[in-house]
Design a protein around this ligand. Structure first.
Ligand code: CO
Length: 142
């Protein structure tokens, strides 16, 4: 096996995403109970979600709510009806280089491996949770 692990690939934690069944309630909790800065809801029809970003000093929290009939988070919320942590997002400098290196290591890149445009207008990819100890990972090029 190539010793790719000795060369840094992922950088900062960009965000932790939490799937929520009630977006208004989640916004209220983060804004009014926790006192955090909360964005307006941003519908992303191509991803089947509405997102709200909570800005913390060192990272963001992404509140995710299903949008449309076949939202990719509908199944998650069916299994976790009160919501839960859905994915973590790490920053990478070159998303295609990261993808190629991960694929060479045998990791599964979801969605055919071509980056799509994420909630910040930047290229993103998702990695199979079974290859990463049960956590769905999003990579975002920054
Ligand atoms: Co995300």
């Amino acid at each position: 096996m190539d010793r790719a692990g000795t060369i840094p690939m992922i950088g900062k934690l960009n965000h932790v995403a939490i799937a929520v069944p009630d977006l208004d309630a989640a916004v209220q909790t983060y804004r009014d109970v926790l006192g955090a800065a909360v964005s307006k809801p941003l519908p992303l029809p191509e991803h089947g979600v509405v997102t709200v970003f909570v800005t913390l000093p060192n990272a963001k929290i992404e509140l995710l709510h299903p949008l449309g009939a076949d939202s990719p988070i509908a199944g998650y919320l069916a299994r976790n009806p009160s919501g839960g942590i859905h994915h973590v997002c790490y920053e990478v400098e070159d998303i295609r280089a990261a993808r190629d290196r991960l694929a060479a290591e045998g990791a599964r890149v979801l969605g055919g491996g071509e980056p799509s445009t994420g909630a910040h207008g930047k290229p993103v990819l998702f990695l199979h949770p079974k290859d990463f100890h049960g956590a769905l990972i999003e990579l975002e090029e920054v």
